[in-house]
Write a protein that binds this ligand. Structure first.
Ligand code: AGP
Length: 613
């Protein structure tokens, strides 16, 4: 998912746009480019690969002296990563430059039409079709705004676009949004545009989030917005409290490592102010109309909707809600939900779980549930994100900005938010919430800090096993989703093929993979009967010469002489143990990724928020 940034004002645009792109690089790093409008002319510089390449090209040949420009980091969908396919994309007559995040689904049809009219195409992108389409509308005379408004009528698909033109009387940017996020930022005599606030926090905290169908015209005097009907629209200004320091590495080598180490604080921030330990109450009034008396008591079924790491959180959430509230929970991949034509009515609460709040698959599942008559809530980490705007109620994780592509602190904060949600549901249905449920929360940050203190040992374990080409992760009950998450982190960060499995399922197939080259990470935590069963599975692995890395919250004695490596973590409580257990797995994946020389903050082929389906 690409990163978009734009500026119109009195400052030199290029350095400002470049710095904004450096905050958006986690959204895509296949290529990067800038364009400025100086004296009515467009000057662009683009490079394949990391932003560093664009930075050095601009150091050699600066794009200086212009107060208006656009910047883009690309995650390739149509057209291979290359300088030729990099954005900004210009039209055939080089009179406008356009940047785009999303996918134009009818681009081939539009391209055939435009080619037949003589428009030339120099790239393999779907985006160039939009550039030529707008340019063809400009031919009919009229303003850039009118041309964009007319062009988007013909487009099908997802798009956040911004365009500047040689023909504009004054410096102006015209932007349009349908799907991927786009927000405006305000300064004194300057106006900004970006895919997410992180790109602009250095300059402003005042933002407006464009709605789907909105078109905006930005000048140095501010921005005017029109809705999908072409009516002038007032969109609320929001002040974001995130501090620019939070988006720095803070002395850590990588954002991922910094964010792993921020988990104790993120958990504290996620439940503090929502738990009254004295009155033994949970307050999630942020759920708005869903928190009204009787609403949650009337809910008979919960649908948890998510993708990737958030989907693993949903699997843990199912345990929390079914065991603590005794109502059935269905967990669906956002991308698959619609295809099963889910049975939804007003007694169903759909809860979309998304760090970014912008994952297209999760958003489409949330919309599918709402359109079938379900109630809709979300757990998200980003204020103002789309998920928080389509949902009736929100439970924010307060993990702070998560820059590393591999989700870590947002995951553990999601688990804490899901636990609070389950307790709140319990409370709303007249079931007791007491110290047994709440006190462990108070000990959680300390327990996570203790798990983080195992870093040196885990680095040693990574040194012993980073050459392995396959890994297996085993867990039972609440630890099964944690095994899945451990495997996903390793896949994302080190490109090692890894699978997470219910430990009991191993003997039904994956046991065939076991040999002396396959490290098996086994989670031996939680209730005695569960831990004992996993220990038997470890015996089965050792019987086939497998290598076992055991993680346990119990006395490691019985694993001595059995497991090759033993990581001990503190025990908290039945429900909160998964939050502690995942921390060493995050560190293991990180350390193995570093030892294999991988770019752990920007793993190949990935992007932080997936804004296309
Ligand atoms: C996790 O490390 C990945 N970045 C990815 O699986 C992610 O969890 C998924 O894309 C969902 O993102 P979201 O939570 O922002 O919706």
């Amino acid at each position: 998912m690409c990163g978009i940034v734009g500026y119109v004002g009195h400052q030199d645009a290029a350095p400002l746009l470049l710095e904004g792109l450096s905050r958006l690089e986690y959204r895509g790093y296949d290529s990067a480019g800038l364009v400025i409008r100086r004296d009515g002319e467009l000057r662009a510089t683009k490079r394949q690969g990391k932003l560093e390449r664009l930075r050095s090209a601009l150091a050699e040949r600066p794009l200086a002296g212009a107060g208006c420009g656009l910047g883009h980091t690309r995650w390739a969908t149509h057209g291979a990563p290359s300088k030729r396919n990099a954005h900004p994309v210009l039209d055939s007559f080089k009179r406008l430059a356009l940047i785009h995040n999303g996918i134009i689904e009818n681009f081939l049809e539009l391209k055939q039409g435009l080619s037949a009219e003589g428009w030339r195409f120099d790239t393999d992108t779907d985006t160039e079709v939009v550039a030529n389409l707008i340019s063809s509308r400009l031919e009919a005379g009229g303003s850039l705004l009118a041309a964009v408004r007319s062009a988007v009528q013909a487009i099908e698909g997802m798009y956040a676009i911004a365009v500047i033109s040689t023909g504009s009387e004054h410096d102006e940017i015209v932007a349009a949004r349908h799907g991927p996020p786009l927000l405006l930022g305000y300064g004194d005599g300057e106006t900004y545009l970006a895919s997410d606030a992180a790109a602009l926090l250095e300059h402003t905290r005042d933002f407006t989030f464009l709605e789907n169908g909105d078109i905006a015209r930005l000048t140095s005097r501010g921005a005017v917005i029109w809705d999908r009907r072409g009516e002038a629209a007032e969109r609320p200004r929001q002040r974001l409290l995130w501090d620019p320091v939070q988006i720095e590495k803070g002395g850590y080598k990588h954002f991922m490592l910094k964010e792993i180490h921020e988990q104790a604080q993120a958990l504290q921030d996620t439940f503090s102010g929502r738990v009254d330990f004295e009155r033994q109450e949970v307050d999630l009034s942020s759920l708005g109309p869903l928190a009204e008396p009787g609403v949650l008591a009337g809910i008979e079924r919960i649908h948890l909707l998510a993708c990737g790491t958030s989907w693993h959180a949903a699997l843990v959430g199912k345990f929390f809600i079914e065991q603590l509230v005794r109502i059935p929970v269905e967990v669906d991949y956002g991308s698959e939900y619609r295809y099963r034509d889910p049975i939804v009515d007003h007694r169903v609460l759909a809860l979309g779980i998304s760090q970014s709040g912008e994952t297209a698959d999760t958003l489409s599942a949330m919309t599918a549930a709402r359109d079938r008559g379900g109630r809709l809530a979300t757990i998200s980490n980003v204020v103002g994100s789309e998920a928080t705007r389509i949902a009736e109620g929100v439970v924010y994780t307060h993990a702070g900005p998560e820059i590393g592509v591999a989700s870590t602190k947002a995951f553990t904060s999601q688990l804490a938010a899901l636990y609070l949600f389950a307790l709140y549901l319990r409370q709303a249905r007249g079931l007791v919430v007491d110290a047994e449920h709440l006190d462990p929360l108070a000990h959680l940050p300390q327990a996570v800090a203790e798990a983080l203190a195992r870093e040196a040992q885990i680095t040693e374990i990574a040194r012993n096993h980073f050459r392995a080409e396959n890994f297996l992760y085993l867990g039972r009950g609440l630890d099964y989703p944690i095994a899945l998450e451990g495997a996903l982190k390793l896949k994302e960060i080190s490109y090692i093929h890894a699978e997470g499995y219910p430990a009991g399922e191993m003997k039904h197939g994956p046991i065939a993979l076991i040999d002396a080259n396959l490290p098996v990470v086994a989670l031996v935590t939680g209730a005695r009967e569960v831990a004992d069963k996993v220990t038997s599975n470890i015996h089965e692995v050792k019987a086939r010469d497998g290598i076992v890395i055991a993680l346990t919250d119990r006395d490691p004695g019985q694993l001595m002489g059995l497991a090759d490596e033993i990581i001990t973590v503190p025990h908290v409580s039945h429900y909160l143990q998964p939050i502690v257990d995942v921390v060493p797995l995050q560190l293991l994946a990180y350390q193995i990724g570093v030892k294999r020389g991988c770019d752990v903050d920007q793993p190949r082929n990935l992007a932080k928020s997936v804004t296309v389906e």
